[in-house]
Design a binder for this molecule. Sequence first.
Ligand SMILES: [Zn+2]
Length: 213
Amino acid sequence: MSSRIPFKYPRSRHVRKQRPPVFADYRKYKPFLRDEFGRQCVYCRMPDGPKTPNEFGVDHYKPQKRFPELQADYSNLYYCCNACNSRKRDFWPTPTQLKRGVYVPAPCQHKMSHHLGYHQVEVRSRTIAGTWTIDLLDLNRDDDMTYRGWLLRQIERTFADWTACRDRLGKIKKVLARGLPSPKVAKLDAQRAKLRVALSIAEADLKMLTGAV
Ligand SMILES: [Zn+2]
C-alpha cells in the first residue's frame, strides 16, 4: 500500500469499466458510478468517505433540461459531490463559448490534468476551460481548502500509523525466525496479533479517507 493523495486530477481519459443494467431511473446508477470513479467527485476530487456518500449524487454532464434523452444514459453520468453538482446545474456551453474554449472538462472526454491541477489544497487552472470550471464550481472556497488541508493531515497521520505497524511486524518476524524460548515467542505472538488488528484498522481508515476502493 502506498500513501494515496486524493487531490490529483487524472492524466488520461477515463475508460468506463462498469457494465450496469439499463435503468429508467438515473439514480440507480449511483453505486456503479461510485465504483467507476473511485468514490471521488470527478470535478473537485473530494473522496466521499469522510463526507459520506449521501453528500454525493449523479451529475448529468449534458444537463437534463437540454438533453432529456440522455437523462438515464450511463455514458452521460458522473459521480459528483452535491456542492459541485448544484453549482454546475444546467450549464452547457454555447457555440460561441465553445469556440473560446469555455466548457467544463469531463473525465471520459478530456484529460482532466490538462485543464486542472492541485497545488497543495488549491485547484489551479491550466486552460480557459480550467479557469471557467474553477469559477463556475467555486472550487477554491476557503472552507473547502481548510477541509482539504485537514483531510491531508489525517491521511498523513494514518499512513504513518500503518507504516509503523508494518515495520514492527517485520521486525518481530525476523526475531521469531531466529528461534526463541517459548515464553518469549508467546509474548511476541500476542504483540503480533495486536499489530495486525491495528494494521487492518489503519488500512480501512486510509480507504475511507482517500476514497481508494
Ligand atoms: Zn465536487
